[in-house]
Design a protein around this ligand. Structure first.
Ligand code: LLP
Length: 423
């Protein structure tokens, strides 16, 4: 459930009409709801109740400092994939002791920084990475906490670009090779084995793949136990889906209770700390992107609604053919409805936010693209030299600009002309 609702025909973010925000901040612009973020995060902590756990919000989904700061205050840990994400978490007041570091190719300097600030765990994805981490930790005279990301080879049944747990994906260590990798990790003097990790994909709409993955991990953990390697935490990655359209993904409660039920039948399961790395299910429906209709352009075979946001602002539709709901914000005036492709001003045919949408709109109307809080702004670019949009967090009737709209000067900050003699 989110806190974007119509009141008397106008879409609100909590207690603020989006029409007012668009007038004050301009478009395109991302609008987040603090209450929705809070609610979605708490759904996880409440679902896990008294079982030892840590919810490591996946920073990549929405890394605005205000979002990270809010979640840090709620007690979140963080799943990061770069030094940039680590520094953001620290800047936002996040606890490095609750950070897990994922990703297939962590650089040495990234490892050094993460060791210096004392992160909770490195999710290691290959044997060479284990060796690199051991060497870096030895140079610093410390012991690095590790978890191996195992690829359980389950089909998450999601879009091929965001399915991560299959044999032919680049991620993780094959389940059959994991025993050997753990044996190596336990022999390396500057590594301490803490956990076992997997990530099977994003936007999962069923619990079965998670349970399949858990089953395979439990078998592996038993083998490890036979070799005297005990796992303290199990990091079950794979993101619960969100309703973009008519999907009915499991709620954190269903998901957690099924996992806990299985663990309760496993020896030592009640003491095994569970880590989740949700991004989308916390952030997606906590945000919308506002955009204004520039022109309506009727065509022979199609009508176009040309809006002021484009693929550079929100790339999911262009990149994954993702469907996100597009609604008119102020519905008080009656209009004739028609079928439109909602497109942006970027010079590419792939620049669309939605296709074949029935909308009752006119030029200058304000539209909201729903479910834009995750993988929205973070994937924005400056393509076509378009400044990236502003980001706003609404809290009740208060409005906080949490990222100013980029200025034109920022577009070329850091660039330089060649010296005269070089021309
Ligand atoms: N942990 C790891 C290691 C991941 O690779 C991901 C997502 C997550 C956590 C968070 O998963 P979530 O809860 O958000 O499903 N840009 C794509 C999504 C890519 C997700 C990749 N990994 C999109 O817009 O749909």
């Amino acid at each position: 459930m989110d806190h974007f609702n119509y009141r008397d025909g106008v879409l609100f973010a909590e207690d603020v009409p989006l029409t007012r925000l668009a007038d004050e901040i301009g478009t395109p612009c991302y609008v987040y709801s603090k209450t929705t973020f809070t609610r979605h995060f708490r759904a996880y902590t409440e679902a896990l109740g008294g079982h030892p756990h840590l919810i490591c919000y996946a920073v990549k989904a929405n890394s605005n400092l205000a979002v990270l700061g809010l979640l840090a205050k709620l007690g979140a840990g963080f799943d990061i994939v770069s030094i940039g994400e680590l520094e953001r978490v620290l800047k936002a007041g996040g606890d490095p002791g609750k950070v897990v570091f994922s990703g297939v190719a962590k650089r040495r300097d990234e490892m050094v920084r993460a060791l210096e600030v004392g992160i909770k765990c490195f999710n290691v994805e290959s044997v060479p990475e284990l060796e690199r981490l051991n060497a870096v930790a030895a140079e610093l005279g410390v012991v690095a906490p590790v978890s191996l990301r195992v690829n359980p080879d389950v089909d998450a049944g999601t879009h091929p670009y965001i399915s991560t747990g299959l044999k032919d994906n680049k991620f993780g260590i094959a389940v059959d090779e994991a025993l050997e990798a753990y044996a190596l990790a336990s022999d390396l003097p500057n590594l301490a084995i803490k956990g076992l990790d997997c990530h099977i994909g994003s936007q999962l709409t069923e619990t079965a793949p998670f349970l399949d993955a858990l089953e395979r991990l439990l078998v592996l953990m038993e083998r490890l136990r036979e070799r005297g390697i005990e796992i303290e935490h199990l990091d079950l990655g794979g993101g619960l889906g969100v309703p973009y359209r008519d999907e009915t993904p499991p709620q954190p409660f269903d998901y957690a209770s099924q996992l806990l039920a299985r663990l309760s039948r496993w020896e030592g399961g009640e003491n095994l700390t569970l880590l989740f790395e949700p991004g989308r299910s916390i952030a997606a429906n906590a945000g919308v992107m506002l955009t204004r209709v520039e022109f309506l352009k009727p065509g022979e075979t199609k009508n176009f609604a040309i809006v002021d946001a484009a693929m550079n602002d929100l790339i999911r539709p262009a990149l994954y053919q993702a469907w996100q709901m597009i609604v008119r914000v102020d519905t008080r005036e009656a209009r004739e409805s028609a079928m439109y492709d909602v497109v942006g001003p970027v010079c590419e045919t792939g620049d669309f936010l939605g296709k074949e949408r029935e909308l009752a709109i006119a030029a200058n109307d304000l539209l909201a693209v729903r479910s834009a809080g995750a993988y929205g702004f973070v994937m924005a670019s400056n393509y076509n030299s378009r400044p990236r949009p502003a980001e706003v967090m609404v809290d009740g009737d208060r409005v906080h600009v949490v990222r100013a709209r980029e200025t034109l000067e920022q577009l070329w900050a850091g660039e330089a002309l060649l010296p005269d003699e070089a021309n």
